[in-house]
Design a binder for this molecule. Structure first.
Ligand code: BG6
Length: 511
């Protein structure tokens, strides 16, 4: 193989709650993303019980989830909620700022934004459908036609330019009502409602959308049960149950799509940060396998191979987790295996058997041991292009299914110059180095990679901090972290660079 395959799906990625805004328009219900503040600027100050003070400054920037408990209002840190007991009822509070409510107003600007994607030469556009536009509380019998129409319009607009939509059914939002009533995915009944929602949109759009993903970063439940699964509690049993329910939901929907529309391609999506052993000590190597299995492979193995792996069953037993398995579940998982594997790749991690005195790097959602061989972004995410080639090799070797890199990118502060330009050579460098490694994985290692859609192709709201100033895009959107600004779109230097990358099918990396 000389280079990228001719049908390589170059593009960009976003998620409904991080771009659309219009959080309560045209019948949309409240979602779990609608009760999340912008990190660092909330009126609430939250203490994390038992937190080592040296990590405090990192946590100060994380966004909060606001709630009401016996008439009192409170807030908890989104990504650390797994350390809290059951909280009250998540709700919107007067005078708090919720960045997703307006986001970048894609809802009213989708035509202009998709036209810019077309100008970039996108072959594909990864986006998500907001469940709450279709079923506002999740419990309605009849879908909201206005919500369905919106996505019809978006897909039609993509099709005008020959852009293939890649659609995530659940990207970090779900009906808030289900979180309040049932603790989200912790309750088995949520599977049925998800299935109803997924069937509705697959039936409606199967002629317009060929590539689907069930859950975004399904393994991120480890870091935030609320963000990923609407679980407002810290109970390990509940979180494992919720995670298991999501995988059953994913399998049911995959089977439905395959049976009803055999040409559709359904994928799972995993946050992929493979661990390097900290040293050649046998203990560190074993720890790398252990943590990789429990944090990552469990999810891939279940959705790609169709059964719960032995190491996870042993883990349940060791921790005293008694999952509610039902008779048909084994078959459901077996029958609902995915066609391809999608990953987000931002960084690798480091595994240490005995972590005392080792330094951490805080990466918003996650905390990793610091790798002294790598640089890090302004938000502490360690940058490792070779790690992407490493990741692709591991994945392909394990499953032999096509891989779609549906997220990768650099969150950075950008400056809009007076003449409307944005110089972002740091972003170009980052992407160029990663693309080079993808090419090597394809050409040297023989890995089958379907496409590459860098994250936040247009600036959007960060999921972990709520900031827009943590920018990933090729297109600058003129808003600040409080939503002030014109909302105008500007092409960054990276816009022109990525356009050339796509038009040359990855041969011209502008070096
Ligand atoms: C992934 C998510 O974890 O990383 C996205 O799927 C998210 O929703 C992206 O936005 C980047 O993370 P952040 O915290 O910088 O927004």
């Amino acid at each position: 193989m000389k280079g990228f395959p001719d049908d390589f799906l170059w593009g960009g990625a976003t998620a409904a709650n991080q771009i659309e805004g219009a959080y309560n328009e045209d019948g949309k219900g409240l979602s779990t993303a609608d009760v999340q503040t912008c990190g660092g600027i909330s009126g609430f100050k939250v203490e994390i019980p038992g937190l080592d003070p040296k990590y405090k400054s990192a946590y100060d920037k994380l966004r909060l989830v606001t709630y009401k408990d016996n008439g009192h209002f409170g807030a908890s840190i989104l990504v650390k909620m797994n350390t809290y007991p059951k909280l009250g009822s998540p709700t919107i509070i007067d005078n708090e700022y919720y960045p997703n409510h307006h986001a970048i107003d894609f809802y009213h600007n989708y035509k202009e934004d998709i036209r810019l994607f077309a100008e970039l030469g996108f072959k594909s556009y990864r986006m998500s459908i907001a469940w709450t536009r279709i079923f506002p509380t999740g419990m309605e019998e009849v879908p909201n036609e206005k919500g369905l129409e919106f996505y019809d319009n978006v897909f039609d607009e993509c099709s005008r330019y020959g852009i293939e939509p890649v659609v995530t059914l659940s990207h970090y939002d779900m009906p808030l009502e289900l979180s309040k009533k049932w603790n989200g995915w912790a309750d088995r009944r949520t599977i049925e409602l998800f299935h109803k929602y997924a069937k509705t949109v697959i039936d409606r759009y199967h002629e317009k959308v060929k590539y689907w993903l069930t859950f975004n970063e399904i393994n991120a439940i480890i870091h935030s049960g609320f963000m990923t699964a609407g679980v407002f509690a810290n109970d390990e049993q509940l979180l494992e149950q919720a995670s298991y329910h999501q995988m059953l939901g994913s399998a049911l929907v995959t089977k439905y799509a395959h049976d009803s529309y055999p040409t559709l391609q359904i994928g799972c999506m995993i946050s992929y940060s493979p661990p390097y052993p900290y040293s050649s000590k046998p203990e560190d190597n074993l720890e790398a396998i252990r943590t990789f299995n429990l944090r990552t492979n469990y999810f891939g193995d279940t959705m790609v191979r169709g059964y719960i792996p032995e190491y996870k069953k042993a883990d349940f037993e060791r921790r005293g987790i008694d999952l509610d398995f039902q008779e048909n579940d084994v078959r459901t998982l077996e029958e609902g295996v995915v066609d391809y594997i999608a990953i987000s790749y931002y960084q690798t991690s480091v595994a240490i058997a005995n972590p005392e005195n080792e330094k951490f790097t805080q990466a918003n959602l996650t905390q990793h041991y610091f790798n002294p061989h790598l640089k890090k972004s302004e938000w502490g995410w360690q940058i490792d292009p070779i790690g992407l080639r490493y990741a692709l090799n591991l994945l392909y070797d394990r499953y032999h299914k096509p891989i779609f890199i549906v997220e990768n990118g650099l969150g950075a502060f950008d400056t809009l110059n007076d003449n409307g330009t944005v110089n972002d050579p740091y972003r170009i460098d980052y992407l160029r180095e990663h693309i080079k490694e993808i090419k090597k994985a394809i050409t040297v290692d023989g890995v089958k990679v379907m496409g590459y859609t860098p994250w936040g192709c247009i600036d959007l709201i960060s999921c972990s901090t709520g900031q827009i100033s943590k920018r990933y895009g090729f297109i600058y959107v003129d808003y600040d972290d409080l939503g002030n600004g014109s909302g105008k779109r500007y092409k960054k230097e990276s816009f022109y660079w990525y356009k050339k990358v796509i038009s040359s099918n990855g041969e011209n990396l502008g070096e």
